[in-house]
Design a protein. Structure first.
Length: 739
């Protein structure tokens, strides 16, 4: 049963029995796994590839499959079938128990248990777990914790077996069990598509695979209904607030492999009749066109339009005289302002809704600070907010007044699933100033406007040429495009900013002009460089040198805290995932003093820079928040992240909310500034390259920016204003609201 690499062939079936040493890679959607197995008849661990349910180091496996030879990775065993076996040795039992399988049992506790019960360990845990109290150092509370965890693990195993039998990944078994409890399997059988709605990380395709195994017909109404809502949710993740009927039907047909478009149209109409979707007929088009919205997005844009127009029709002019007199003194003795800035400050005093927009170096921050000072003099209570934690922190620093994230300002209540401040409980303030307003999505903007008091005013400050929000909508751009909301544009670049190549290039890019590319020569010092690299392999090599050596040596930057790598994509060999693996190995390599854990194919290590991937209102951490892993407790199965001095704990099953952040997508960097950024650009990213992506990436840099890649990729980005125009109707709704 041993291998003979030179003679083995794919057609020769083989069986292996061994113990999992480590998991090298797992695709959390498909279950495809690469692992290292210490086989019973092999001297060295062997590489195994295949599709597995959740595995932990120490698991004993019986594998059926074939030996293959990969052109890059060499000899591998391709498993076609596997069976989990009880560990055969005391060392195997100890590793199995201490691998994180059971909450409350880590490596130290596992060693004690196995030393006490020997070969009977697993039998005792299975049949009489209370006997663990006989082990020195394990008290009644720990025994109770282990007993609950073991029982839950057995239930989770049942869910795993069910998922595995239906050909889907088992990684989400724990979350499914937590969501549905004892009814987990019954719920899945009754409506597998419920998984896609309720479990973060499980998509339509996974649910559809189960449904197919359960016998759902290709055109079953439940399947088509789920596909319609899934397609609109997918569109929302791409920033759209609706889809035209023709596009929705085409995408659902492609997703389901259906040739009958009428079936999809009929189901979409039924969903609209049941208020599961909103169908909006656009009479102006010829012929009239129907747009399908998810209800929460339709009403979000509708509320924004109505509430903003309400602010427009009641301007306050009684403060203009006082503001004028104050401004003369302010300009003379504290801060000179351009004519554009003066007009913006006066407009903030006279208008209840105002947008201030402009590019880098045009004085948005100075204008905002002047407005804050004016509101204080006018005795207006003011709240400062921004969409992200980093943007709020920076706003606090420049304005000299505490700023909060919008989520904290509106006080989200996880128990009720809504914000505490709304139309029934408005904010106790006279004015709200929001910075980085280009990041505002439709639902958050609607929530903010609902919470504004009846007499309140709103000032939005942002750069409309940056990427739109990660969430659905293009609120700032639509407000400006509507032509019905007062807007002050700052266009003058100030002298102190003119010497910055970052700012010069930002304005070149915004105008569609090629930036000035300064290649480092060891002599000339500037704040914006271009390092040419033609191939992905060359980019990987040069990236490590720039981040780990060149920038720290020349400018004194800390490679992890001060330098942020940005890339247009998440996937691919130059995407954030691949770059993070590369940078983690260089900037935070394995070390005995840095515990690590592998979850869902991601290796987390103490010292890693990580990013929160989704909004978590319970923990008060939000999409895009950056932190550092400060501890990993294998006994309690807890990973702890430090977010700027605030420690947040993650259970093992919740670590899919995190990703490494040595490299980030440009979208994830919105609202943040870093001392130095390295921007990876290559034609591979063509589908997402655009002018405002390039502009957004460059303007994240406070001190130094480095373009790394090809000039051709920069040219490709400049040719496209946006990678894809978003489907929104806020601009139209704003115009119609005043009719």
């Amino acid at each position: 049963m041993g291998r003979s690499p030179m003679s083995c062939r794919l057609t020769v079936p083989t069986q292996l029995i061994g113990v999992v040493e480590r998991i090298a890679y797992t695709n959390r959607e498909t279950g495809y796994t690469v692992l290292r197995l210490q086989a019973s008849d092999e001297r060295e661990p062997v590489t195994v590839i295949g599709y597995f349910q959740v595995l932990s180091p120490g698991t004993r496996l019986r594998l059926n499959g074939f030996w293959t030879t990969h052109p890059t990775h060499g000899v591998q065993f391709k498993a076609t079938h596997h069976e989990c076996l009880q560990p055969a040795t005391l060392a195997g039992i100890e590793k199995y128990l201490g691998s994180g399988l059971i909450k409350g049992i880590g490596p130290v506790t596992a060693r004690r248990i196995v030393a006490h019960f020997k070969e009977a360990t697993l039998h005792i845990i299975e049949t009489d777990v209370r006997r663990l109290s006989e082990v020195p150092g394990i008290g009644d509370k720990r025994v109770a914790l282990i007993a609950r965890a073991w029982e839950a693990q057995r239930a989770v195993n049942d869910v795993m077996l069910f998922l595995h039998s239906h050909g889907v990944s088992t990684h989400y078994a724990t979350k499914i069990y937590r969501q549905y409890g004892a009814r987990a399997i019954q719920t899945i059988v009754e409506n597998p598509y419920q998984l896609a709605r309720d479990i973060y990380g499980i998509g339509f395709k996974t649910a559809d695979t189960i449904a197919t195994h359960l016998g759902f017909a290709p055109d079953a109404e439940a399947r088509v209904r789920a596909a319609c809502t899934h397609t609109l949710h997918e569109a929302a993740e791409q920033g759209h607030c609706f889809l035209p009927a023709a596009k929705l039907v085409t995408e659902v047909q492609a997703l389901l492999g259906l040739s009958d478009a009428s079936r999809v149209r009929a189901v979409a109409s039924t969903l609209a009749a049941e208020n599961e979707l909103v169908a909006r007929v656009v009479a102006e088009s010829e012929p009239p066109e129907t747009h399908y919205h998810l209800p929460y997005l339709f009403y979000a844009e509708q509320h924004i339009a109505r509430l903003l127009r309400g602010l427009c029709v009641r301007p306050q002019t009684d403060l203009e005289g006082r503001a004028n007199r104050w401004l003369e003194t302010y300009v003379a003795y504290k801060q000179p302002l351009s004519d554009e800035q003066r007009q913006a400050v006066l407009a903030a005093a006279s208008q209840r809704i105002l947008v201030i927009t402009g590019g880098p170096g045009c004085g948005k921050t100075t204008t905002l600070r002047a407005v804050v000072d004016l509101f204080r003099v006018l005795r207006l209570r003011v709240e400062l907010a921004a969409p992200t934690g980093r943007a709020a922190q920076r706003l606090s620093e420049v304005a000299g007044v505490e700023a909060r994230t919008l989520h904290r300002l509106l006080a989200y209540d996880p128990g009720r699933g809504r914000f505490t401040h709304d139309s029934d409980n408005p904010l106790d303030t006279d004015a709200v100033i929001v910075d980085e307003a280009s990041m505002l999505d439709a639902p958050l903007t609607a929530a903010l406007l609902k919470a504004l008091p009846a007499h309140g005013r709103l000032l939005l400050v942002g750069d409309v040429d940056q990427l739109p929000s990660v969430g659905p909508g293009r609120v700032l751009a639509d407000i400006i495009a509507s032509g019905v909301i007062p807007v002050c544009r700052l266009t003058q670049v100030f002298r102190q900013a003119e010497g910055s190549l970052i700012i010069q290039n930002a304005h070149h890019i915004r105008a569609g002009q090629f930036p000035k590319l300064m290649q480092p020569d060891g002599k000339t010092t500037t704040d914006c460089y271009f390092v040419a690299a033609e191939t992905p392999q060359d980019i990987h090599r040069r990236l490590v040198n720039i981040v780990a050596r060149s920038l720290p040596k020349r400018f004194g930057y800390d490679p992890i805290d001060d330098i942020q790598v940005l890339t247009p994509m998440n996937r691919g060999e130059l995407g954030a995932v691949a770059l993070n693996q590369h940078l983690q190995a260089t900037l935070n390599p394995p070390h005995p003093a840095r515990p690590e854990v592998e979850r869902l194919g991601r290796l987390f290590r103490v010292g890693d820079k990580v990013v929160q991937r989704v909004n978590n209102y319970t923990r008060e951490v939000f999409n895009g928040d950056l932190g550092r892993i400060v501890s990993i407790d294998r006994e309690e199965q807890i990973l702890t992240v430090d977010y700027g001095g605030r420690l947040v704990n993650y259970d093992w099953a919740e670590t899919n909310e995190l990703a490494q952040a040595f490299a980030l997508s440009v979208h994830k960097s919105q609202g943040s500034e870093y001392p130095a950024v390295v921007i990876v650009l290559h034609p591979q990213a063509f589908p997402v390259l655009s002018r405002n992506l390039l502009y957004t990436a460059l303007t994240r840099a406070k001190g130094t920016a480095v373009f790394l890649g090809t000039a051709r990729a920069i040219g490709l980005a400049l040719r496209r204003r946006e990678a894809e125009q978003r489907h929104t109707w806020l601009a139209t709704a704003l115009r119609e609201a005043g009719v």
